[in-house]
Design a protein. Structure first.
Length: 562
């Protein structure tokens, strides 16, 4: 419940402080005094968009502060606790708007985002503006009111969130599938390339070994001839190196006995003889092992050609070809793993769609029940509001396949028959301005009655009505005020007479216009009602009429309580 309102430098309001209580509080005053400005200030304090024009002329900033009793609102207390700004049974909300248009919001002294302020405000106050009947023609507003009446708002929110999750999952899947044709082509190419390279089975360092072998095989005859020539030069010819060295070594051995100075030369020749022998042995082994296999030569030719071909295909150096296979294999495995991911994404889409559909179907069932209830209650109130024989219905139309949306599976449409015997038609097509105002008021009163918001604000929703109809509207608002806190801005004396409390809004001239709000006592109420009844000149008759209206309102309220 709103306990206190403090407004400073807002529009034509210099400074106003109001202490509020439960029940129905009516606000009256002459046109332009600032009654609706008070409602606008309340909306700003609860998260409406700010405008620099809201700041009183010549001032740096406007400030609106609300004190709310949340002791009996466990859901609000829980929300405040979640935000770590719970301060007990009282909650202080403050909004500051600078002359440059920027604003700041505070809850219990802590700065908060505007979205948080709006979330809290929706739990505390429900404002029904004077142009509500215009928004009532919109399908989304009709759906919102039906959900509010049926207590389906939480389910509608869950359904919308499930829809958003489903759409997010669908987008993720579509993005993954978007390049599927390209991905499939890449997969096919990778599998072919990996198969080629696996068939080649090129090991690291193999190329150098293969090139060496290929050179040997390609020059085998030349190598054999050269080896034979070298053997001949070492052993087999008349003046071969080994026999010559052996003969000279024997001579030096004899000479070294005569002169030891030749011993070192003798030793060198000994080493040379040994090395020549080893060289000859190596040449013989090479000649014995040399096996010129034409098929091996052809195989080496083909393998080197294949290596060079694949190196060109993959645009790498021949020496780096062995590293291509691991890279392509890793890419192939990643793309193949995407198939499993796609399957997972498809399952996620299916799950999220099923979750949304289950909630949407539950919401549809709830709307069907709420439609019957709202239709019956509004129809009954229409009779009381002077629309005898009128009928109100809520049509729940299943959307065509593929047209489902975040709001569910249904389209909601308000239908009305203003006169007996006429079939119900769309609200926008059959209702006159006066009828639409009364129907809108009936819907708002009933929707507010069904809601759980602790404070209702009605801003001139009774415009265009009078007489007995206005008295019935006032009674309905008073009945509503006996269940929750209601603030009502009105120009209608029959409505004003029903208030538990009465606030009068006036403005004074001078250099700057100022708005003043005062609580009226019994005498003040009589005077204000007499003014509303009789205009500029207040007579004894209008005072008597005003006193009678107040007495009848109190008497009717007492009868309802018995």
């Amino acid at each position: 419940m709103l306990a206190h309102i403090h407004i400073r430098n807002f529009a034509i309001i210099d400074e106003v402080e109001l202490e509020l209580e439960g029940g129905l509080t009516v606000l009256t005053g002459e046109t332009g005094a600032g009654k609706s400005i008070l409602v606008d200030a309340l909306g700003l304090a609860l998260g409406d968009r700010a405008d620099a024009a809201a700041v009183r002329h010549g001032q740096k900033r406007a400030e609106i502060a609300l004190t709310v009793d949340v002791g009996a609102l466990p859901a609000v207390r829980d929300w405040l606790a979640e935000q770590m700004i719970d301060e007990g049974d009282e909650c202080l909300i403050r909004r500051v708007i600078g002359a440059e248009g920027r604003s700041r919001a505070f809850i219990n002294g802590q700065p908060v985002p505007l979205a948080s302020l709006r979330t809290l405000g929706e739990q505390l106050v429900d404002i029904h503006g004077q142009h509500a009947h215009q928004s009532l023609l919109r399908g989304d507003e009709q759906r919102r009111l039906l959900d509010h009446h049926g207590g389906l708002e939480a389910l509608a929110t869950d359904t919308a969130q499930a829809w958003q999750q489903w759409q997010a999952d669908r987008r993720t899947l579509e993005e993954a599938l978007g390049s599927r044709e390209e991905r499939d082509a890449r997969l096919e190419l990778l599998r072919y390339q990996v198969e080629e390279l696996e068939a080649l089975a090129l090991a690291e360092g193999e190329l150098e070994t293969l090139e060496t072998e290929h050179r040997r095989l390609a020059h085998a005859e030349k190598l054999a001839a050269g080896v034979q020539a070298a053997l001949a030069a070492l052993y087999e010819e008349e003046f071969a190196a080994q026999p010559v060295v052996a003969r000279q070594l024997r001579q030096l051995e004899t000479l070294a006995e005569l002169d030891p100075a030749l011993a070192s030369v003798r030793d060198l020749l000994k080493d040379a003889e040994i090395q020549l022998g080893e060289a000859a042995d190596g040449l013989r082994r090479y000649a014995d092992d040399a096996d010129i296999d034409p098929q091996r030569v052809q195989w080496a030719d083909r393998r080197l050609g294949r290596i060079r071909e694949l190196a060109r295909k993959h645009r790498v150096e021949e020496q780096a070809l062995h590293a291509v296979l691991p890279e392509l294999t890793a890419e192939l495995e990643a793309l193949e793993a995407l198939d499993a991911k796609l399957e997972h994404l498809e399952q996620a889409v299916e799950r999220s769609e099923q979750a949304w559909r289950a909630l949407a179907e539950q919401l549809s069932q709830g709307r069907q029940q709420a439609a019957k209830s709202l239709g019956g209650e509004v129809t009954a109130l229409m009779q009381a509001l002077g629309m005898a024989g009128g009928r109100f219905e809520v049509a729940i139309n299943a959307l065509a396949p593929g047209k489902a949306r975040a709001s569910g599976l249904d389209g909601v449409e308000f239908l009305v028959s203003a006169n007996p015997g006429q079939p119900p038609r769309a609200l926008s097509r059959v209702a006159s301005g006066g009828e639409l105002s009364r129907i809108a008021l009936a819907i708002q009163v009933i929707a507010a009655d069904a809601g759980s918001t602790p404070c209702m604000v009605f801003d001139e929703v009774d415009a265009g009505i009078g007489g007995g109809v206005a008295e019935i509207v006032g009674r309905k608002l008073r009945e509503l005020g006996e269940r929750c806190q209601v603030l009502c801005v009105t120009h209608v004396p029959q409505v004003a007479s029903q208030g538990h409390r009465h606030l009068h809004v006036s403005k004074s001239g001078g250099r700057q216009t100022r708005t003043k709000i005062q609580r009226l006592d019994d005498t003040g109420r009589v005077e204000e009602l007499a003014r509303m009844l009789g205009g500029v000149e207040i007579t004894a008759r209008t005072r008597a009429h005003a006193e009678e209206m107040l007495g009848q309102a109190a008497q009717s309220a007492a009868l309802r309580r018995t």
